[in-house]
Design a protein around this ligand. Structure first.
Ligand code: HEC
Ligand code: HEC
Length: 203
């Protein structure tokens, strides 16, 4: 299926309530399998930008909720979540071990207490959006493929990176957890450059 962004989309991103960054998505096409016509000139830029996006996606703050298995991961070493917590079909946990039983809308203050953000959960079992263990090339192709990215257009992916509260938590992870080292506005700029360059991927 061909995905075209017909109109420019504005995404606003607010850092700590003060700075506002606005980015424009130029109308280009990202396609799961083939390059868009004329992509070559900008595809090199897209591949460089992708490396920044990949670095963020491989950070433990992101990988821990995008595991290859059916349990969330914990800590900077991404060990399997304690107490046999499982994904469940909808990502909200199984039986008594629902995420919301322990995770609130914001971090609980103190080391080893549950971190929190609105709607804390894993991706659904039928759409697990795995980042753990994916090579740069694999994850790049997965992210631009609507069959494997939660049916998102490139504009929706950019919007998600810029505004989703679970993504944002990566920069405010609570006591004792390393925050994502690349600033969020840099991620958003890289994502935009990747999309503008036709979502080209490394081999
Ligand atoms: C019985 C309570 C409990 C349940 C249920 C629970 N968690 Fe946790 N979770 C915790 C605690 C406590 C921590 C913090 C552990 C620490 O910092 O040592 C944690 C940490 C995490 C982390 C680690 C964050 C990081 O990057 O280090 C993730 C991810 C996570 N939980 C996801 C989930 C998800 C998703 C669910 C539901 C499927 C869930 N948890 C269910 C108690 C729970
Ligand atoms: C508490 C768990 C949690 C954390 C932490 C988390 N995510 Fe997610 N992520 C999800 C869930 C759940 C979805 C699916 C949401 C949906 O489909 O509405 C998702 C979806 C996504 C998507 C869109 C679908 C796709 O193609 O994978 C991207 C991109 C993404 N997350 C990036 C990140 C990044 C970057 C970070 C770290 C800065 C991060 N996530 C941290 C739970 C999490």
């Amino acid at each position: 299926m061909k995905l075209a962004m017909k109109q420019a989309a504005w995404v606003r991103w607010c850092a700590s309530g003060a700075a506002v960054l606005a980015v424009v998505v130029v109308a280009v096409q990202c396609n799961a399998t083939t390059k868009w016509a004329g992509a070559d000139a900008r595809s090199a830029e897209a591949r460089v930008a992708w490396q920044t996006v990949y670095k963020v996606l491989q950070h433990p703050r992101c990988v821990n909720c995008h595991p290859a298995g059916d349990a969330p991961l914990q800590g900077d070493d991404s060990h399997v979540h304690a107490q046999n917590v499982q994904r469940g079909a909808d990502g909200n946990g199984l039986f008594a071990m629902k995420c919301a039983a322990c995770h609130q809308k914001s971090n609980l203050a103190g080391a080893h207490l549950p971190p929190g953000a609105p709607n804390w959960r894993l991706p659904r079992a039928d759409e697990p959006l795995v980042f753990e263990g994916r090579t740069s090339s694999e994850l790049c192709r997965q992210l631009r493929d609507p069959k494997h990215n939660g049916k998102r257009t490139p504009a929706q992916l950019l919007e998600h990176m810029a505004n989703d509260p679970l993504v944002g938590w990566g920069w405010h992870p609570g006591v004792g957890r390393e925050r994502v080292s690349i600033p969020r506005d840099e991620l958003v700029r890289a994502m935009k450059a990747w999309i503008d360059g036709g979502c080209d991927c490394p081999d």
